[in-house]
Write a protein that binds this ligand. Structure first.
Ligand SMILES: [Zn+2]
Length: 241
């Protein structure tokens, strides 16, 4: 089954599309499932939201409801969440807990042990084009404390500009079971990533990573210097990452 994970609808304050519009987008790209991850602080009535997801699901397409929440500065997504509160207490065999866009491997050990996976590539936060070397390093460090950790890729969708065909392919029809057990892989135009996270990191990826860090560095310098770069120039740079 072909799917995408880490999606926000307009039930999250920083996202714009309705579930109906997201479904339309999914059908256009022959996507079988989308794992929704609304911000827990934004979603008002999670029960109603789950019903809405179910109503829009059919034999061709499935919405799997879920939430994104923070502990300290770290973000997590809980796929197939039962309710929006107490996410760490509701982990069972049909819920999937993933560390979202990790910045550091310094996560409390008791939480690492609970994780099913971590985002090894978030195409919204990292580069759109190739996986990020730093994220792979973090994933490997986390895996030392939890050898069962699976490598997920996510597009962290908030609007149409974030759409990226970096798909999670489950090997059977049982999506939840496959995501939980690692019976999936990532399929992207440039790379295939198995769920154990062993990426064949090509030379072009290294070069792109250097370029990407350089661009980020320029962005940071600009934040300090407060230079007014015309939007047209900015936009043409954004195309590269
Ligand atoms: Zn998110």
């Amino acid at each position: 089954m072909k799917g995408l994970i880490h999606f926000h609808s307009n039930c999250s304050n920083d996202a714009v599309l309705t579930l109906e519009k997201i479904k339309k987008l999914a059908l256009k790209h022959n996507i079988d499932f989308i794992c929704m991850t609304e911000h827990d602080s934004d979603i008002k009535n999670y029960e109603k939201y789950k019903t809405h997801c179910k109503k829009l699901s059919d034999k061709n397409f499935k919405f799997i409801p879920g939430i994104e929440f923070c502990i300290n500065k770290d973000h997590f997504i809980l796929i197939n969440a039962e309710k929006k509160n107490t996410p760490l207490k509701q982990i069972t065999k049909n819920k999937i807990l993933i560390l979202a866009h990790p910045k550091t491997p310094k996560i409390p050990e008791q939480i690492i042990k609970k994780l099913d996976g971590a985002e090894i590539w978030n195409t919204h936060v990292d580069s759109r084009f190739v996986p990020n070397k730093k994220k792979i390093k973090i994933f490997k460090k986390l895996k030392k404390n939890n050898p069962k950790l699976k490598a997920f890729t996510a597009i962290d969708f908030h609007n149409n500009n974030h759409f990226k065909p970096t798909y999670i392919i489950t090997k059977s029809n049982n999506i939840i079971k496959d995501l939980k057990s690692g019976n999936f892989y990532t399929l992207d135009k440039r790379v295939i990533i198995p769920s154990n996270g062993n990426i064949n990191f090509k030379l072009s990826f290294y070069l792109f990573n250097i370029f990407y860090s350089l661009m980020k560095g320029i962005g940071k310098i600009n934040q300090v210097l407060k230079l007014r770069i015309p939007y047209k120039i900015k936009k043409s740079f954004y195309r590269f990452y």
